[in-house]
Design a protein around this ligand. Sequence first.
Ligand code: ADP
Ligand code: ADP
Ligand code: ZN
Length: 217
Amino acid sequence: MNIILLGPPGAGKGTQAKRLERDYGIPQLATGDMLRAAVASGSELGQQAKKVMDAGELMPDELMVQMIEDRISHDDCKNGFILDGFPRTTAQAEALDAMLQKRGTALDHVIELKVDEEALVDRITGRYSCANCGAGYHDRYQPPKRDGVCDDCGGTEFKRRPDDNEETVRSRMQAYRDQTAPILPHYEQQEKLKRVDGMADIDAVTTQIKRILDGKA
Ligand code: ADP
Ligand code: ADP
Ligand code: ZN
């Protein structure tokens, strides 16, 4: 099953993708995570990505398309994948269609998480993750069960993304409105677009998505 989770920054794509990865056994392909790994490695790509991400802008299409094309050719994607953060432009969406067609496959579901803009700022400015395993948390909406201890790995160190500040968030939202939202009609025409109420709590959002994936909605 090939799925796209679409939605503005902070909508809950990563949170939901990790749950689906676990429950459906298909990997989460998060271009933001791939870029952050490049930044951490100090590579040339990472240096470029750091500047672009700190400005809340988007990386060049060709680079991102190549990154996804390489990734979906890995063996763990043979039963499908969950795209989180890709495609983000019409050019990326068209390139994805072409690369899937070339591989004799296609998208099954494109799920849009709808969340109000003020809630997004609130989610992003309270977001943090485990420095050891990457599990995602929120100061108020998703704290670890034991204060200061990661639920998944017991780690006690956490980190925040440098681009998760209010100013950069506003640029990222603008990029979403201008460059990413226009791809929604592309998937509407293909009759693949399903909308989910992303304002609901985390479990309720998972339930809505699973209904779609299980063909019950
Ligand atoms: P969020 O989860 O908050 O939406 P991501 O982690 O997906 O953010 O992405 C972080 C940043 O990485 C983006 O603001 C952008 O600069 C860059 N990025 C990630 N995916 C893409 C993409 N498909 N195309 C262009 N830039 C991207
Ligand atoms: P995205 O990948 O779309 O940028 P995340 O999954 O990282 O978004 O979620 C952003 C923040 O909001 C995280 O701190 C997460 O814990 C929290 N969050 C995710 N989904 C919900 C929800 N349905 N209700 C409240 N908080 C949420
Ligand atoms: Zn952890």
